[in-house]
Structures are given as C-alpha cells and as structure tokens.
Design a protein around this ligand. Structure first.
Ligand code: PEP
Ligand code: MN
Length: 269
C-alpha cells in the first residue's frame, strides 16, 4: 500500500465538497442515451428518454473508435463531430435535459462546453494529463471514465489531478476493465469485465460520487439490467446507460444498447 493510500485510509478520505447548489446532483443520477449522436432523430430520442425518468442525456458527438475508419458512414466519422454538437444544442433547447458528452481534446473544451452540462472524459483519455489539467480549470461537472487498465491509485490520482486544478465537481465512472477471456466464446461482444468491487473500495477512500456504466462494462444488452442492479446494491450513486430506439441499428456499440422498454424497466421497474 503506498503512503498516499495509507493516509487516506488512516486520516480521512479524498474529500470533495458535495454542495447541491454548485454541483450537478450525482446522487441517484440516471443518465441514458445512445452511444453516439447519429442524426436529427436524437431530439425525439432525448424526449423519450427524459420521459422515462432520465435526469441527464448522454450521446457522443466525438467518438474515439478503436478503428478510426471502420464505421465511417453518411458523415459519421468517429461521430458527427460539430454537426453532432449542433444537434445536442437543439436537444438542450427543446428538452432542457442536462447533456453529458465526451471531450477528447483540450483544444475542444470551450466548443464542447457550449453544449455539455457535464464533460465526459472517455476511458482512452483517462490519463491524458493535459486534458485533465485543463478540465480542472473549468467549473463544469466532470464524469471521469476509468481507464480499462487503471488501478485504484491511478483512479484516485486522476481525480486528484482534476481537483488540484480547482474543480471538485467530479464523479468517477466505472465502465469495465480488461480480462474476461472465459466468456467470449459464448458471448462474443463482451470486451470488458465489470469490476463491482471497486465501488465499495473507492467508497472507503473517497466521497467522490460513483456512477456505474453497465453498458460498456458488459458489452451485451441482456446483462445490462442485472449489472445495473448489482452496481446500485454495491453502493453506486447512479447509472449511465446506452439506450437506442432500434438497438441493433446503433452505429456504435449496438450489442450493448437496450431498448426503451428495458430502460423503463431499469429506471422505474
Ligand atoms: C462511451 O461512453 O460511449 C464511451 C466511448 O465510453 P468509454 O470511454 O468508457 O469506452
Ligand atoms: Mn458507447
């Protein structure tokens, strides 16, 4: 155990002020939406998802894909990018639901920030220190998605990096980690292992809210509800879930997308 973690265990947690006036209310947060912005239908999707009880809407305008050109289609190239941001702006105007969307690059913070109510840091940028430092200087809520490789030290360290910049409006998003080889011959879309034990582990060391992502951490829609329930039972403060009107048609992450009725069941069942 390193000295820093020892001191957190012995002398108190990595504390942030949970000030309801100032912070996005992470407690019981229900974030849902498609993996990415695919077109103007995003507005109706957001209305529907809001009506199912979501208190924030997710969708990526900028999507860091494993293969950058594999899914190129109709202007969608690692997202709709600026066009996607414009559509999210319309979602906000028409539904007034807070928008959670990814910012991949420090140079894009002000542009994405015109639309995002919460900056999502994707797993691939979890240790992009320039991005973390720059987001630490903003006063917008940040959803920091755990790197698929990250240790508990690296999680706390990444949070601290944002905190020292002056922004303590953050939540940690757990979204699955490397290592699930024994499932993949039966469930080929599984890519990551849900790490539910990290929820109580982090709760011992910090009061930073924990949002659980049952979509990326399972990679398979039939597992989204059970793992959502498990995460809440383990102490997660909220969920972020991928939902699509026609899940199999999703441009990105189709296998893990759930339909409206499953989302309704998770949020209200
Ligand atoms: C996402 O939320 O769609 C996403 C790209 O997640 P992650 O960064 O966790 O892979
Ligand atoms: Mn996704």
């Amino acid at each position: 155990m390193n000295e820093y973690i020892k001191s957190l265990k012995n002398q108190g947690k990595l504390n942030i002020s949970i000030d309801k006036e100032k912070t996005f209310n992470w407690k019981y947060t229900k974030i849902a939406g498609p993996c990415s912005v695919e077109g103007p239908e995003i507005i109706d999707i957001a209305k529907k998802i809001k009506s199912l009880g979501a208190n924030a809407f997710r969708a990526g305008a900028y999507k860091p894909c494993t293969y950058p050109v594999l899914k190129e289609t109709n202007g969608w190239k690692e997202g709709l990018r600026e066009e996607g941001l414009d559509l999210l702006r319309r979602v906000k105007e028409e539904t007034n639901i807070p928008i959670v969307t990814e910012v991949m690059d420090p140079r894009m913070i002000s542009k994405v920030g015109e639309v995002a109510d919460v900056f999502q840091i994707g797993t691939r940028n979890f240790q992009n220190y320039t991005l973390l430092d720059e987001l630490g200087k903003t006063n917008k809520p940040i959803l920091l998605k755990r790197g698929t490789w990250a240790t508990i030290d690296e999680i706390l360290g990444a949070c601290e990096r944002i905190l020292v910049g002056g922004n303590d409006n953050i939540a940690i998003c757990l979204r699955g980690v490397v290592g699930m080889p024994n499932y993949r011959h039966v469930f080929p879309t599984i890519r990551w292992a849900p790490d539910l034990m990290m929820i109580p582990a982090l709760k011992e060391l910090t009061n930073i809210p924990i949002i659980y992502d049952p979509s990326h951490s399972t990679g398979y829609r039939n597992f989204v509800k059970p793992i959502s329930n498990a995460a809440l039972a383990a102490g997660a403060d909220g969920l972020i879930i991928e939902c699509h009107p026609n899940p199999d048609e999703s441009i990105s992450d189709p296998a893990q997308a759930i339909d409206y009725s499953t989302l309704n069941n998770i949020f209200n069942g």
